[in-house]
Design a protein around this ligand. Structure first.
Ligand code: NAP
Length: 477
């Protein structure tokens, strides 16, 4: 297992010798120690990216594409090793970790091709001796900060388009899950990506954030994580007027109309809510079910939940793993207790599941019926296996409830009425809308939020815009 950082093609330990430990969330056992880099070392990663940039941007898109695809191929070759590593540091069931490696490589493959289609433009000029050219050029050194919930995919969603556009990168993964990132760094070198183009740094987050936002050589920061940290970074980035992409928290509503296909709605609710134990930014976080189908939906959803197997991610047949750390379990517990104290019914689950010999981080899939406006689960991202449900009676009411939040990442609704489908899709104030679909994310589509869920898009041709400058050349013949 690789535990070194990666700067300028070299494996790097901390100059100070300081390290932090990475622990398996299921057992709390230490898996590895990784470097707490010094400020000087983080700056040296920016130097490496800065010096590698002229040669990287000068390569043809096809040449860069080949190297990006080579990285993807190596990740596919090592998929089983990478998946196991991810399950150990993050906790998700092995089948989901395998799925994440496939999803992560799809972004590399797609970007490798799309880099060949970064077109400029000519615009008819206002006088016969003039020409107007529009060039698209790489932004430059790109800093990347990622969260722990998708340790590989959150990196490749940024790395793929950044590299394809001709940018070089310095990546800081989350301290809970740095090992997947370090493994990707080593594979990037094996793929033949030149030294300095992909650098991976680990260490104290505030210090790294400070360096990323104050070093003039960094031209772009792409961040995925909480809204709270996104705000801090935005404030810090203002001095340098740093280009930003902000993929922040979500609080997704899931609406079931009276004409929904209930089988599909329940299966989709299960898929959306319990993937990664409910620790995904787009997972359904609150459910609104029409009065006329409420009881039936609750009964079916509750039955399906009780069949889920909670356990350690490496065991066959496990559907829900541990939560990432103690703070995450405490937050989930607080949301459930708060709902109960405000009069909600805990129809299924409601407490930790204590598994012999394992850490106390497993939470029973939980259905809260009777969610109301004052409850924490109604207002905040729970990030756990908890499904709070409220009733509604009209389409307008459902839309108003869904939009009544500062977040705007993903929203879902289920209906068989085509007119309603378009009406509701247009009315929801969210960057991603799943209409009869609870797994919308895919490499070719634009992923990102509105309102306090941030700005910028990952995936598809839209991701390229995040890493390109638009230059206007006015030419007199
Ligand atoms: P987080 O606490 O905001 O951390 C995200 C990253 O920021 C980590 O690498 C973290 O480092 C780093 N960080 C923390 N404080 C920092 C600071 N002051 N300066 C610079 N970097 C700092 O979020 P998380 O708990 O890892 O992830 C969960 C959140 O991410 C949820 O809100 C979820 O909705 C959101 N998310 C959004 C998307 C999306 O696409 N919109 C996707 C996935 C997740 P350390 O780990 O070292 O503290």
């Amino acid at each position: 297992m690789l535990t070194d950082c990666f700067i300028n093609g070299e494996r790097i330990a901390s100059d100070s010798g300081a390290e932090f430990s990475v622990r398996d969330p299921a057992t709390d056992q230490e898996i590895a120690n990784v470097p707490l880099l010094t400020k000087h070392q983080v700056e040296s990663a920016i130097t490496a990216a800065s010096e590698a940039w002229p040669a990287w941007r000068s390569m043809t898109a096809a040449e860069r594409g080949e190297l990006i695809r080579a990285l993807s191929s190596l990740m596919k070759r090592d998929a089983e090793r990478l998946a196991l590593l991810m399950t150990r540091e993050q906790g998700k069931p092995l089948a989901e970790a395998r799925g994440e490696i496939a999803y992560a490589t799809a972004f590399l493959d797609w970007s490798a091709e799309e880099g060949k289609r970064i077109y400029g433009e000519t615009i008819p000029a206002s006088s016969p001796d003039k020409r107007i050219l529009v060039l698209r050029q790489p932004v430059g050194v790109t800093a990347i900060i990622t969260p722990w919930n998708f340790p590989s995919a959150m990196i490749t969603r940024k790395l793929g388009p950044a590299l394809a556009c001709g940018c070089t990168t310095v990546i800081k993964p989350a301290e809970d899950t740095p090992l997947s990132a370090l493994a990707i760094g080593a594979l990037a070198a094996e793929a033949g990506i030149p030294p300095g183009v992909v650098n991976i740094v680990t260490g104290e987050p505030e210090m790294i954030g400070d360096v990323f936002t104050t070093d003039d050589r960094v031209r772009k920061l792409s961040f995925t994580g909480s809204t709270e940290v996104g705000r801090i970074l935005m404030r810090k980035a203002s001095n340098n007027l740093l280009r930003l992409s902000m993929e922040l928290g979500g609080h997704a509503p899931f609406i079931v109309f009276e004409d929904a296909d209930l089988d599909r709605a329940v299966a989709s609710a299960m898929g959306s809510k319990f993937r990664n134990g409910g620790q995904t930014c787009i997972c359904a976080n609150r459910f609104y079910v029409h009065d006329s189908v409420h009881d039936e939906f609750v009964a079916r959803f509750s039955r399906a939940m009780s069949e889920l197997r909670v356990g350690i991610g490496t065991e066959a047949g496990v559907d829900v793993g541990p939560l990432i750390n103690d703070a995450a379990v405490e937050k989930v517990e607080q949301h459930v207790q708060d709902a109960a104290s405000h009069g909600a019914t805990i129809a299924t689950g409601g407490s930790r599941l204590r598994l012999n010999g394992h850490a106390d981080r497993f939470f029973a899939p939980t259905l809260i019926d009777g969610m109301t406006g004052e409850m924490l689960c109604r207002r905040e991202e729970t990030f756990g296996p908890v499904a709070p449900i409220a009733r509604f009676s009209t389409e307008d009411e459902a839309i108003a409830l869904a939009n009544d939040t500062e977040y705007g990442l993903a929203a879902y609704f289920f209906t068989r009425d085509a007119s309603r489908l378009m009406r509701v899709a247009e009315a929801l104030e969210y960057g991603i809308v799943g209409a009869n679909d609870a797994v919308p994310s895919t490499a070719q589509a634009p992923f990102g939020g509105m309102k306090h869920s941030g700005f910028g898009r990952e995936g598809g041709k839209y991701a390229m815009d995040e890493y390109l400058e638009t230059k206007f050349v006015s030419w007199v013949l």
